[in-house]
Design a protein around this ligand. Structure first.
Ligand SMILES: [Zn+2]
Ligand SMILES: [Zn+2]
Ligand SMILES: [Zn+2]
Length: 346
């Protein structure tokens, strides 16, 4: 269905509407969306004008998406949540955990609640490409008691989450009937199976994809890993802005070109023969042109851990790649290179 949605984005150029002239002047110096957003939180007039200006491209996209059909049915476009809906959501959170603060609703990353985690673990199933939620019939569940399921008990009992694709030993996927109602995981999803090979383009650019040409990194919107950005020369201010904008538009995914087309296409590049399962590139750690934070070699977590074993490995090897607590607990190896030879004693 992603490829269906992409059709709506073909052959369309988008531009926001104009704000009142004074505001256009004021915002000219804002090179990124986050700067603009910050300014709008302090300036009510800018917020209102910007919202109106943005409604132009939003309406165009809405109209284009709603003309699509998938399997004979029209694509339904929903509006983004308005403030009153956020208040409703907050009231629902309070039913589950009365210690949740209003500001948590707009920034769910700050929401750390064991009660809500437990609620979601019981009612929802989160997967890479899907999110499913189902009410329960338990008497001690405050939410489902106040908002009881509308289906009959009978039907609800037989209603299961849509299963994940599960591979059989012969490499063929099990049928829906075989998996429906059984516990499944999404480890067999096709995007996890792809093999990583160096692309023709990577071969052509091999002189650029080296430690001495590292200029920055870009974060993959799917897996969150940092991928190294290479360029023959240090990035200019304009190039850096282009990269920031690209990051804000959530366009980069592991394995895709950084700038598909345009003036930067062959100037500012990433390695393309990778996918989201690939570890962090070793050039990330090289530190020849840029010194980046140590992040987990396997998953990119920004808080690597240490242990007596890791410290001892560090004494014996020239290079010990950082690893996070979770990857260590999952049994991923601590990757090392350049074993130091024992010093000769006279
Ligand atoms: Zn419930
Ligand atoms: Zn990725
Ligand atoms: Zn990790």
């Amino acid at each position: 269905c992603m490829s269906t949605l992409n059709i709506a984005l073909q052959n369309v150029a988008l531009q926001r509407g104009r704000m009142i002239p004074g505001l256009e002047m004021q915002t000219k110096s804002f090179t990124s969306l986050s700067k603009l957003r910050n300014a709008a939180t302090k300036n009510a007039c800018l917020k209102k004008e910007y919202k109106e200006a943005m409604s132009v491209p939003i309406e165009i996209l809405k109209e284009r998406f709603s003309r699509l059909k998938w399997k004979g049915e029209s694509v339904v476009v929903h509006d983004a949540a308005q403030e009153d809906m956020m208040v409703d959501l907050y009231n629902i959170f309070l039913l589950i955990d009365d210690e949740v603060k209003p500001e948590h609703v707009s920034n769910l990353r700050m929401l750390k609640s064991e009660k809500i985690d437990a609620f979601l673990a019981k009612h929802a199933q989160s997967r890479h490409y899907s999110y499913q939620i189902k009410k329960c019939t338990e008497a001690d569940c405050a939410y489902c008691t106040l908002n009881p399921p509308r289906l009959s008990q009978e039907m609800l009992k037989d209603l299961n989450f849509i299963p994940d694709p599960v591979l059989k030993e012969d490499g063929v996927f099990k049928s829906f009937e075989e998996t429906y109602g059984t516990p499944t995981t999404d480890k067999d999803r096709p995007s996890l199976q792809e093999k990583v090979t160096t692309t023709e383009r990577d071969k052509q650019l091999k002189n650029l994809l080296v430690a001495t040409k590292v200029r920055d990194f870009v974060v993959c919107c799917e897996c969150g890993k940092r991928r190294v950005v290479y360029s023959s020369r240090k990035l200019s201010a304009a190039e850096e802005r282009a990269l920031i904008r690209l990051q804000e538009e959530l366009l980069y995914i592991c394995g895709s070109p950084l700038f598909p087309g345009g003036e930067f296409q062959d100037k500012i590049v990433v390695r393309e023969g990778i996918n989201c399962q690939a570890p962090i590139e070793t050039t990330y750690y090289a530190g020849k042109t840029q010194l980046f934070d140590g992040i987990c070699f396997h998953c990119g977590d920004i808080e690597p851990t240490t242990s007596p074993e890791i410290e001892s490995l560090k004494r014996k090897h020239g290079i010990v790649r950082p690893i996070c607590k979770t990857c260590l607990q999952m049994g991923h190896p601590v990757v090392t290179r350049n074993c130091l030879k024992k010093q000769k004693t006279k």
